[in-house]
Design a protein around this ligand. Structure first.
Ligand code: PHE
Length: 451
């Protein structure tokens, strides 16, 4: 059976999956999470978990989609029916958390849009426009909401017209330019006097810096950055052709995504140590550090503009996959009673309302603080570090126990990739034992820490 695919490009399936994984999680979230968690030892933990647990989960989700040819809600309903266990609850939770993540992601994408506009204006009006612009954005929650809303409206227009392929073409066009920008930045960053300090911070594993919360934080970030635990990979997997090999795709996604995150950290940390070391634990790190640096360099305005356009296209692509997943789940669930346009509107309005919370976090809600952190940081912490690992585990448990070993084996082994023979047993073992053990240990340590 073949499912009508809307995410196919001539670059093949990998790039679609990589495109959905690569986004603000790598460039914006990773550096500050590393800063927050003390550097080298956390980076090491993250790399290990991404390769071992993250890639195994990506493979399992893709496989569920490929076998069922459905998005996550319907796919989990199917496995519930066949196994007579309530796995559909995992599907519902995925949709629920996707809704929140889409809203929160829209606000951060709005920040990117803000700098894109600032650089565009600066191209014509000169660099003075920048003075105080970041502070202005942070003090103005309604502006953040407005920018997030513009982002969501763009996403709604694209998804409503089914024009994702247009964005994919854009992505194929801007990503090489983005890669060149980032490599140029990497070269510059690594020539700064603060480089040795930054490298030491990032790669010297001082295990005493790990905290009780680090394991769960690392797992949460791994799932977020690889787009697992929300069912996005199930939807992507549902468009795989018979001959596409989910394990190869999963491994490549995890590798490419991890490498890009490390490069982003290598760009950001030397700059941060040079400019304002105090900012390294802040969720605003990227936006506080990069724009002033661009401005201080000759030709930096053009460079900054290109950088933020590329980052925005990546963020847009991720938002499209999140939004598309919500819409297709809703349309599938209504079995013919809801047309796509109404679904796009309904989902869009819900997202716009939820986005008010993170958007207003830095001003109207700035007194609402918990554990010394504001609303946006707490949303990030609660949904990504606490809830995402649990949902991911639940979903994977459902997949692992609903199929026989023979079914999983049939989808895992491939005559073209002989490594698949070697990797089959470790993969099953990781899904069944290693991942649940580490996730539960992460929760236990975190709770123990709170007591
Ligand atoms: N992986 C994306 C990023 O790194 C974020 C994302 C999370 C996308 C969950 C889809 C699902 O930016």
């Amino acid at each position: 059976m073949k499912r009508k695919g809307s995410w196919r490009t001539r670059f093949g399936f990998y790039w679609i999956a990589v495109g959905s994984a690569f986004g603000l999680g790598n460039i914006w979230r990773f550096p500050y999470v590393v800063g927050e968690n003390g550097g080298g030892a956390f980076v090491l933990l993250y790399i290990l978990l991404a390769i071992v647990i993250g890639s195994s989960f990506v493979i399992a989700e893709l496989m569920l989609g490929k076998i069922q040819k459905k998005s996550v809600l319907q796919a989990t309903i199917e496995i519930s029916k066949s196994s007579k266990k309530p796995w559909y609850l995992a599907g519902r939770m995925c949709v629920w958390i996707t809704t929140i993540v889409t809203a929160y992601y829209a606000v951060i994408s709005g920040w990117v849009l803000h700098f894109l506009i600032q650089f565009l204006v600066a191209l014509f009006a000169g660099e003075e426009v920048f003075s105080g612009s970041w502070r202005f954005l942070m003090e103005n929650g309604w502006l953040q909401w407005a920018l997030g809303s513009v982002h969501i409206l763009i996403v709604m227009a694209v998804v409503g017209r089914g024009a994702q392929q247009g964005i994919e073409k854009w992505l194929n066009f801007v990503m090489p330019i983005f890669a060149i920008c980032v490599l140029g930045l990497l070269y510059q960053s690594l020539s700064l006097p603060s480089t040795p300090q930054a490298l030491r911070f990032l790669f010297y594993p001082d295990f005493t810096k790990l905290q009780m919360s680090s394991l769960l934080n690392a797992l949460g970030h791994v799932f977020f950055t690889l787009s697992v635990g929300l069912g996005i990979m199930v939807t992507l997997g549902s468009h795989l052709r018979e001959e596409d090999h989910a394990p190869t795709a999963g491994l490549r996604v995890a590798l490419v995504d991890t490498i890009t995150s490390l490069i982003a950290a290598l760009v950001v940390f030397p700059l941060a140590f040079q400019a304002s070391p105090a900012a390294i634990t802040d969720s605003t790190l990227l936006f506080e550090i990069l724009p002033p640096y661009f401005i201080s360099q000759p030709g930096g305005i053009v460079f900054g503009f290109i950088f933020f356009v590329s980052l925005y296209v990546a963020a847009l692509n991720v938002s499209l996959s999140l939004f598309e997943s919500l819409v297709s789940n809703k349309v599938d669930a209504a079995v013919g009673k809801l047309d796509r346009t109404s679904a796009v509107w309904r989902v869009g309005i819900v997202i716009l309302v939820i986005a008010l919370v993170p958007a207003l976090s830095s001003n109207i809600l700035h007194n609402v603080r918990y554990a010394g952190r504001g609303v946006l940081e707490n949303m990030d912490g609660i949904f990504i570090n606490w809830i995402l690992p649990g949902i991911a585990m639940f979903l994977i448990w459902g997949i692992r126990s609903s199929y026989s070993r023979k079914d999983l084996q049939k989808n895992f082994l491939s005559s073209e990739t002989l490594e698949s023979v070697v990797l089959l047993n470790p993969w099953l073992f990781i899904l069944k034992w290693v991942a649940p053990f580490l996730i539960l240990l992460g929760y236990a340590l975190r709770i123990y820490d709170r007591l």
